[in-house]
Design a protein around this ligand. Structure first.
Ligand code: ADE
Length: 237
């Protein structure tokens, strides 16, 4: 997969791309990631990319010219045309199902804003899907771009050491993770549940399923209700 990230602050993303899973995925050729500085597409002598809002009000708004020019240049740099995501708190909320959908694309383009927001013509004219990472406001789209990139890249074949780990974790089946333990068997008086030490795989599987269900109901009743509704939609055998 190829991912192009357009930002005013490419430096924010460099460390992220050079460490851990992102570095390995790039080295293994699983994901190719390119950073682009939107300021390079400003036609202004001072590389200006934002201006005051028409009608007044606080803050600055990102101008359409540099963003359109950057998106068009990046699209032309490779084939096929990218699926474009505009990072904004007004977008569809990112989720594991959307990560799975994006992981099937050959090419993604993530467009990060700063300041008070994008000129509305960027929202309407670019043909991008608007995506938010949650109901809170960040200073820009760079952290959302990192969150989305990592969630997508770790789903690509070969990106995780153990392919089972992506299938077994939180959200993949609409529930939260079961509790995990490793050595030592007792830590500061807190013991690992006996069932995990008994070697009976069927009992372990059942215990984990019960704990995951219990935890999902207690902490995320919304997920539990959605999973129950989805199950009710399935045709009866
Ligand atoms: N830009 C600022 N806040 C954001 C959010 N929550 N999601 C996506 N982009 C953003």
């Amino acid at each position: 997969m190829r991912i192009d990230i357009l930002t005013l602050f490419p430096g924010i993303l460099r460390g992220f791309l050079d460490e851990s899973i992102m570095r390995l995925a790039r080295e293994k050729g699983i994901a190719e990631v390119h950073l682009w500085d939107i300021r390079d597409y400003s036609d202004d002598r001072h590389r200006k990319v934002d201006d005051r809002p028409y009608g007044g009000g606080p803050g600055m708004v990102m101008m359409p010219g540099p963003v359109f020019a950057a998106v068009e240049a990046v699209d032309a740099a490779a084939a096929p045309p990218a699926r474009k995501l505009l990072l904004t708190p007004q977008g569809r909320v990112f989720s594991q199902p959307l990560a799975r959908e994006l992981a099937r694309e050959p090419r993604l383009m993530l467009i990060c804003g700063r300041y008070e927001g994008f000129d509305e013509r960027i929202h309407t004219g670019l043909g991008a899907d608007e995506v938010s990472i949650g109901d809170y406001v960040l200073a820009g789209g760079e952290v959302p771009a990192m969150a989305i990139t990592e969630a997508v890249v770790r789903l690509l074949p070969g990106a995780l050491g153990d392919p089972e780990s992506a299938a077994l974790e939180s959200f993949e089946d609409g529930s939260l993770d079961y509790p995990q333990y490793t050595r030592p068997p007792v830590f500061r008086g807190m013991a690992v549940p006996d069932v995990l030490l008994c070697g009976d795989h069927a009992r372990v599987r059942q215990w984990r399923a019960e704990r995951a269900r219990e935890r999902t109901l207690a902490r995320r009743p919304d997920l539990a209700a959605a999973a129950a509704a989805a199950a009710a939609q399935q045709p009866k055998p």
